[in-house]
Design a protein around this ligand. Structure first.
Ligand code: GDD
Ligand code: MN
Length: 381
């Protein structure tokens, strides 16, 4: 990579006291095929950052075009060091790229911003200054507080999706996100000392959410900003990114065993749909209802297995072959059915329970056993 070292740092006479004693800042920019935006971005960062705020820019690039070369060339005209980390095997998408940048950063403060100029570089010094002044560990640039707006979020559809996702996310993490009006923002400043890189498991676009939930900065503050139009090129977000976001939410929300068990139960409940559909189809085709029920049950098991693999335990598939996991999962699911009847008999005969409460207790017992078994025998924590 190319880098140039600034020949003069920290001359307060150049920029009068607009920022009280700033620390140094590393600006992390994830890029995916943004060659047409690089020059303008670096030019505006150069204009925005005063000489007394020591600054470096780290691009984390997953491009398939010539973006890294464009960055290296543009870097030669910059008064601060510019680094390109190109990833040959991109993991975690946008969020994974940002975490690489966080690890490579050397300054006290890290500002994360997009490479397409939807995030105004002029705000960088203010984000850092606000953090220094307030003592906060995280400063979020928000579209949803007084003075901010989402002008660059084109179309009613995208606005509605963004609002719905923000609402859902804030309801899932009421405590962690209590001081954050815009947890979906991709523009923020964070103290390097707050970042706990080893516990992060980024997946896709919402890296701020990941940091707020897993690194848990003690104090958070916000600065309003106007989300601009893209300077050049197109958004890299796809429908697949939406599904990734849901997986990310489930992963973040199921850090505790109780939360995992609840999601396990919810997924199990959805298994009734394929189960009943299968039963309907098989009996309609003339099959006796007993074998039909047994076969249809396997359909529900397969459905649950897919959801559990891809939503709940995606990080914990371990070294076993997928067919080994399917086998164990199916065994547990069917053992659950076989175990239920003797359990009910036990509760009724030995403990004198009524049939209804015995059935309810047996359902809960086999459910908990099945969850514990699934964690212990298939997806080790
Ligand atoms: N390295 C890397 N790898 N960079 C990526 C990847 C990736 O897989 N995907 C996207 N980027 C880069 C883009 O090149 C751009 O610099 C930045 O991440 C944002 O990508 P966009 O595709 O422009 O995102 P957006 O405008 O749709 O979404 C932005 O605004 C949202 C709020 O509406 C992002 O900041 C989101 O995080 C934010 O929620
Ligand atoms: Mn963008």
């Amino acid at each position: 990579f190319e880098s140039t070292v600034p020949d003069e740092l920290g001359d307060p006479a150049v920029h009068p006291a607009e920022i009280p004693e700033p620390g140094a800042v590393t600006i992390v920019v994830p890029t995916f095929n943004e060659s047409a935006n690089i020059r303008e971005l670096l030019r505006r960062i150069t204009d925005a950052v005063p000489a007394r705020l020591p600054c470096e820019v780290v691009f984390v690039d997953d491009s398939t075009d010539d973006t890294p070369d464009v960055i290296s060339r543009a870097a030669q005209d910059c008064p601060f060091p510019v680094t390109v980390l190109h990833r040959d095997e991109p993991v975690g998408g946008l969020g994974g790229a940002v975490v690489e940048g966080l690890k490579a950063a050397t300054s006290d403060w890290i500002v994360v911003m997009d490479g397409d100029l939807q995030h105004p570089p002029s705000l960088v010094p203010e984000l850092v200054a606000r953090g220094e002044r307030s003592g906060a560990g995280l400063v979020v640039a928000s579209r949803y507080i007084e003075g901010g707006s989402r002008a660059g979020l084109a179309g009613g559809y995208r606005v509605a999706v963004s609002r719905g996702a923000t609402w859902l996310t804030k309801s899932l993490f009421p405590r962690r996100l209590s001081g954050i009006s815009d947890p979906m923002s991709g523009f923020f400043a964070i103290r390097r000392s707050v970042v706990t890189a080893d516990v992060l498991q980024p997946l896709g676009y919402k890296i701020l959410l990941e940091l707020a939930v897993r690194s848990r900065p003690r104090q958070v503050t916000e600065v309003p900003f106007v989300f601009q139009d893209r300077y050049a090129g197109e958004s890299k977000s796809t429908a697949q990114e939406g599904f990734r976001f849901l997986r990310h939410l489930v992963g973040l929300r199921t850090a505790s065993p109780v939360a995992r068990m609840i999601v396990f139960g919810l997924i199990g409940a959805t298994g009734f749909v394929p189960n009943l559909l299968g039963l309907y189809a098989l009996t309609a085709a003339g099959m006796h209802y007993v074998p039909a029920e047994i076969l249809a049950n396997q359909l529900g098991v397969a459905w649950n297995f897919l959801l559990i693999e891809h939503l709940l335990f995606r990080e914990r598939r371990g070294h076993r072959h997928w067919w080994d996991r399917v086998g164990r999962f199916a065994l547990l699911a069917n053992a659950d059915l076989v175990l239920r009847i003797p359990l009910i008999a036990l509760f009724v005969d030995r403990f004198g329970m009524g049939a209804l409460s015995a059935t309810a207790l047996a359902l809960v017992t086999t459910f908990v056993l099945r969850f514990v078994g699934t964690e212990a025998l298939i997806y080790l924590p």
